[in-house]
Write a protein that binds this ligand. Sequence first.
Ligand code: ATP
Ligand code: MG
Length: 387
Amino acid sequence: MSGSEEGVNYLSELLGAEEWKVREALKRGTIRRVRLSFPDFEYYRLVRDFSGHERGTIVVPEHDLVVRGFPKIERALLLEPALRHRFGEEGRVIVEEKMNGHNVRVFEVEGEIYAATRGGLICPYTTHRVRERYGEALRAFFEDHPDAVVCAEFVGRENPYVSKEYPEAPDVGLFVFDVRDLDGRFWSFREREAVDEYGLSRVRCFGEFSVDEAVEEIPRIIRRLDREGREGVVIKDPERRLGPLKYTTHAAHVEELEWAFTFAFDLGRDFVLTRTIREGFQSFEWEEDEEELRRRAEDVGRAIVEGLRRALERARRGEGAVEEVPLTFASMRWYRRYEEFVKRLTGGTHSVEVVDRDEDGRVRAVLRKRYVRTEDKLRQLLREGVL
Ligand code: ATP
Ligand code: MG
């Protein structure tokens, strides 16, 4: 019912937007119909903000369900002014770990659990791994809180979006950082602690601080996370009314730069600007001496040069510009669903392949993410030498 009058009517009611606007949005592709992975229902996703609804919003007309998109978290470049300006001199904040995986909104439809990506797609891989490991806990949670959406970071080495190993989640793991009611209200920090009772894990909390304390404490927390190679923190209003702020470690910037430069012609330009800017601000705010500055600069420079050099060495060995991520599926059925999902969404630049089958039917596979521009450019450059 993509453009049918009945469909438009339904969507317009659920989104509280005029019909002509919905019709336009469907035509322009701002609202897209999705029939993928889950044959039981079709849904719509918002590719951009639309009529007061965030990008990534999911609408399931058959079940009168609207799951709101997860709002962007602003970044603090200078901690002290950011904290004072956002939370006020008298304010209080909760400091939580920012984990590096991908954002999932977990919700229930007809007793089944689904996990949506930031962009508003229900990912069959994430969904089935979340069901497998946390299905029982989540179902118990939704039984008591049917109007809630669980916002969590899905992390681990076997994460197709951001593959990064965490000691507490060697393959995959789900760490709750927010709960939101369907009407858009975020739960306060205290309310959110309730997820523990159901056996769900939350991201680490470093404590509640006054703004003055936070100005002192956060740099210490960040230095510790930096030594552990972890990403950073998110700073939140305990009542969850003011918008949160994120702040990240030197280690995260360096790691991302090196990774981005192994796919330099796809990712280099964006990453180099954003990450180096953060480094400049951090070094300034922390009033670094010559020695600290030298170390920071060396790490940043090295990440860029080494990343690119590794990419060239690989290309010379005839290898493609490909990132490989190990994935495990509960069955061939889930594998095939994900295979189709990847094929449809990436148009073939990404692919999966079975590596092994366990006795119990589990499927070990590998996801190959190809960075086509980098692959072509490096090949041409090794041949011709001229950009
Ligand atoms: P955006 O900045 O638009 O949110 P992004 O994916 O580039 O997009 P990140 O820099 O990764 O954003 O920071 C925001 C994301 O951090 C959130 O969407 C969420 O997935 C993740 N995150 C990890 N830990 C937390 C936490 N404790 N609280 C809130 N978000 C967290
Ligand atoms: Mg992230």
